[in-house]
Design a protein around this ligand. Structure first.
Ligand SMILES: Nc1nc2c(ncn2[C@@H]2O[C@H](COP(=O)(O)OP(=O)(O)OP(=O)(O)O)[C@@H](O)[C@H]2O)c(=O)[nH]1
Ligand SMILES: [Mg+2]
Length: 437
């Protein structure tokens, strides 16, 4: 069993102040610079009670924001009874420690909130192992800092002490923090070994499906990937208006009609500025994307930041070395687009994309048609006459082809079979008389 601890978040809902420090060259959402952090904080279980935006020309090495601003945050924390301050930026453990001293309550950065959500949402053993590893590697040094000085501060019943145990401390938690560093290191190597094992098993599973056409859903978190999965298969996966509702890969058969079918996989969503080591630790859950024949990129076309989100997805795919893979873009949630010009602009920019509503099913048929077309480019349908006693040929066809017609005549059988283009040469090697339809 993994050591994640999920505290009952609604018992003690934290009161958060969220803040974004805008530096020159940092790309932000001009309409709502705190929009994504607000969603992340809420998904993690916090109540956002105050928001701040600070502009700086450079980072203050000690406090990130500078002394005056840190004091202003401290005042607002008292005014609004805030228990946690969440920064949209990545802070160093030293900066967090110094900020907490000035502000007087728990300080978290964006990556820690993401990790916390991952910890709460991890359902399968594999996801839990990966989250625990990421937490130990990333959060542990920070938590240890926070812990020691919060302990010092907790002499009275300060709000900071009350906040201990909430967001950012879920996961290994107090228990883990008290134990010897060597034990943590041992746990890290144990986890890595177990992840390698699971990884190996997964890779074997993926490669055993080599003869199937595999389609993998990718996209920004909350774009609607799981809803698309449910629309086309009977997967019944969890769908929620939350970031990172899905943390595990699921694979189901998708029947396209005409006897054609593919395997469809749902994956964890992407987010911009995802901590790099987190991408690495979730690589295994993205194994399906690496092995897929086609990526279905689901984007939320009703989101103001859709272009930025699509760019973030491209960056992660690039990082994973699969940016060149065959792709179909689904511009989802069209039922929510109010301004018709949005559709016009997107259609102009992405002429090959399909506008879809996974919620209402509008244009689902277009997705199926586009997919069939893509598949036919990679598949070939052949007709052949064979001897039924030709065991080697029969075995090969059973493994790599989908049979649509079989007519027996004595010992001979006339068959129509569809198989991947790349298996055709092999088939011809032991049965030259193959006619392509
Ligand atoms: N209006 C509308 N809502 C949609 C559509 N597709 C999905 N949603 C909603 O968008 C939210 C997110 O959907 P999910 O399918 O969970 O999204 P996801 O991409 O799997 O998200 P994560 O797993 O969290 O990364 C849910 O509230 C869905 O009901 C759509 O076509 N129209
Ligand atoms: Mg999902």
């Amino acid at each position: 069993m993994s050591e994640l601890i999920n505290t009952q978040r609604d018992i003690q809902q934290e009161r958060a102040l969220i803040i974004s420090v805008i530096l020159p060259k940092r790309e932000i959402d001009i309409h709502d610079p705190l929009g994504e952090l607000r969603s992340l904080a809420r998904t993690a279980g916090a109540k956002v009670v105050d928001e701040m935006i600070a502009k700086r020309t450079r980072v203050h090495p000690g406090l990130y924001v500078g002394t005056g601003k840190a004091q202003e945050i401290a005042d607002r924390v008292v005014q609004n009874d805030v228990t946690t301050v969440i920064f949209d930026n990545d802070l160093s453990p030293g900066q967090i420690r110094d900020l907490e001293k000035v502000i007087g309550c728990k300080v978290l950065d964006r990556s820690e909130v993401i990790l916390d959500i991952f910890a709460a949402n991890a359902r399968t053993n594999e996801a839990r192992l990966q989250v625990e590893l990421a937490q130990l590697e990333y959060t542990y040094p920070r938590l240890r800092n926070m812990w020691t000085h919060l302990e010092r501060m907790a002499g009275g019943a300060s709000s900071a002490a009350a906040a201990v145990g909430g967001i950012g401390t879920r996961g290994p938690g107090e228990k883990q923090l008290e134990i010897d560093r060597r034990l943590v290191q041992r746990r890290v190597s144990q986890l890595k070994e177990r992840i390698l094992e699971v990884d190996g098993r997964k890779q074997r599973m993926v490669s055993s499906r080599q003869d199937e056409f595999r389609v993998c859903l990718v996209g920004y978190t909350n774009a609607g990937k799981s809803t698309v999965m449910n629309l086309f298969t009977d997967a019944g996966v969890f769908v929620a208006d939350k970031l990172f509702a899905t943390l595990d890969t699921r694979t189901r058969r998708w029947k396209l009609g005409d006897g054609q079918s593919v395997l469809l996989s749902d994956t964890v969503g992407f987010i911009s500025d995802l901590p790099h080591h987190l991408v690495a630790s979730f690589r295994a859950t993205l194994e399906e994307a690496i092995g897929a024949d086609l990526l279905l990129h689901v984007a939320d076309a009703s989101h103001e930041r859709v272009l930025h989100q699509m760019e973030a997805v491209n960056e992660v795919l690039d990082e994973m070395g699969i940016a060149e893979k065959s792709r179909l873009l689904l511009l989802n949630k069209i039922d929510r687009i109010q301004d018709p010009s949005v559709r016009v602009v997107l259609a102009g920019k992405y002429p090959d994309a399909i506008f879809l509503s996974a919620a209402t099913g509008e244009n689902a048929d277009k997705v199926v048609a586009a997919l069939s077309q893509r598949m036919s480019g990679q598949h070939v349908t052949v007709e052949l006459n064979a001897d039924v006693t030709n065991g080697r040929l029969m075995q090969f066809l059973a493994r790599y082809a989908q049979m649509s017609n079989q007519a027996y005549e004595g010992r001979s059988v006339k068959m129509t079979a569809t198989l991947k283009q790349r298996y055709l040469d092999e088939l011809r090697q032991f049965h030259p008389a193959v006619e392509i339809l």
